[in-house]
Design a binder for this molecule. Structure first.
Ligand SMILES: NC(=O)c1ccc[n+]([C@@H]2O[C@H](COP(=O)([O-])OP(=O)(O)OC[C@H]3O[C@@H](n4cnc5c(N)ncnc54)[C@H](O)[C@@H]3O)[C@@H](O)[C@H]2O)c1
Length: 391
């Protein structure tokens, strides 16, 4: 009989205990959680009680424990690089939460370590498994919409939720930790837009601002608008990703040469908090509504997409195949996100390569203040991404 993968859960915060752990515990044939690690006693105790696994304060000890087959890294992103490299060097397969790191060079170092060690590094790009997205991708691939000309992903009503109370609940507002604000936190929309467009992003024109009352001086953007470009033969394919914490609209639209596809959420709000309202396809034949489950509330929606994303990585380990999002895929998504900030800082379109500027690739948003920004730069005007906020 096939043995379950023996998992070390590294970082026992909200996503680890609310989404990863339930998926592991629900599928004992596939997973056995043998180690949990967190420096925060309250979180470690919660994880240990839920799993009866060996508890470690030092994550490196858990990673190197001989009984561990796969390491699941759920820490905030700025703490991941050394853990990922240690896991790869110890020959352990890796599940990693998104974004892969808060600095592209850190993500690249982890990817190279995993490739050198020949281990699977699968990144949790779980929104690829949402039923409305798998349905949309299937319809696009069928050719019914013709060639995709433009994609819009509106996530302008993202909830700004704190992290685990016993750690640093507001680390997402610290540019040195999070590596950006709402776009970095919800870069799900970046990889979704690219998958829907069906071609790799090569340039971006970005805007970022801290425009909510009281958000000036907060350090990270509360709104980011990005127009990504892909070279599709002789044409340019375009995807707009519009992202904000607050109360703006949510929804996805795909414009093809032969038709359109619309994904809408209840009250035009933003997923995954808002349930799906419907998915429609319109061509010269008329409009039809696809049979995708609507009205599914957040906990169930997230738990299913998370279970599917984790199982996809476990299957890649078992089969020697490729997960839906490899480390290289996630590095590219991070570079797209970071280049959006570089573009916003410089006030012009930039290449995705080097995240728009070599200094940003190696040091992340902390390098933006050193760029020559024009007076109209929203990053200069908003004094975004300066220094570390202590919370
Ligand atoms: N895929 C998704 O849908 C999704 C959803 C939420 C969060 N996330 C990602 O998951 C990550 C964690 O987010 P969260 O909301 O759970 O944060 P959180 O603040 O709730 O939890 C972070 C945990 O990491 C622990 N930690 C800190 N330093 C550590 C170290 N050196 N070693 C081990 N553990 C350490 C903290 O004590 C805390 O328990 C983030 O990168 C976030 O982007 C992904």
């Amino acid at each position: 009989m096939k043995q379950p993968l023996r998992v070390a859960l590294i970082g026992c915060g909200n996503i680890a205990l609310n989404a990863h752990l339930p998926a592991f515990l629900a599928d004992p044939e596939r997973y056995q959680v043998v180690a949990v690690a967190d420096p925060t006693p309250a979180r470690l105790q919660m994880a240990a009680e839920a799993t009866h696994a060996q508890a470690y304060v030092d994550p490196l000890e858990a990673i190197c424990a001989p009984e561990v087959d796969i390491v699941d890294v759920c820490t905030p992103q700025h703490l991941r690089r050394d853990l990922l490299i240690a896991a790869a060097e110890a020959g352990k397969h890796i599940i990693c939460e998104k974004p892969l790191a808060s600095i592209p060079a850190d993500a690249e170092a982890a990817v190279k370590a995993a490739e050198a060690a020949g281990v699977v590094l699968g990144v949790v790009h779980n929104y690829l498994f949402l039923p409305e997205i798998t349905t949309a991708l299937r319809i696009i691939a069928s050719g019914e919409l013709g060639a995709v000309r433009a994609v819009t992903v509106n996530y302008l009503g993202v909830l700004d939720l704190p992290g685990a109370g016993s750690y640093r609940p507001l680390w997402r507002h610290d540019p040195a930790a999070a590596g950006g604000g709402v776009l970095m936190d919800m870069l799900h929309a970046v990889y979704l837009a690219e998958h829907l467009l069906g071609a790799p992003f090569v340039r971006v024109s970005g805007f970022a601002d801290a425009d909510l009352p009281g958000s000036r001086g907060d350090g990270v953007e509360t709104m980011a608008l990005a127009r990504f470009e892909a070279d599709v033969g002789e044409r340019t394919g375009v995807a707009m990703v519009n992202m904000a914490w607050g109360h703006g609209p949510g929804g996805v639209q795909v414009t093809g040469t032969e038709g359109r596809l619309m994904i809408s959420y209840v009250d035009d709000s933003t997923p995954p908090w808002a349930p799906l309202a419907g998915l429609t396809v319109t061509t010269v034949e008329g409009t039809r509504r696809e049979d995708v489950p609507t009205g599914v509330e957040l906990p169930q929606k997230m738990s299913v997409s998370m279970a599917d994303a984790l199982a996809d990585i476990a299957d890649a380990v078992a089969s020697g195949g490729r997960p839906a999002a490899t480390g290289r895929d996630a590095l590219h998504t991070l570079a797209c996100t970071m280049a959006t900030y570089t573009s916003a800082a410089l006030g012009r379109t930039v290449p995705i390569k080097d995240a728009g500027a070599p200094g940003v690739w190696s040091a992340g948003v902390g390098a933006l203040a050193g760029l020559e920004m024009p007076a109209h730069s929203p990053v200069a005007r908003g004094r975004l991404f300066r220094g570390q906020q202590v919370r």
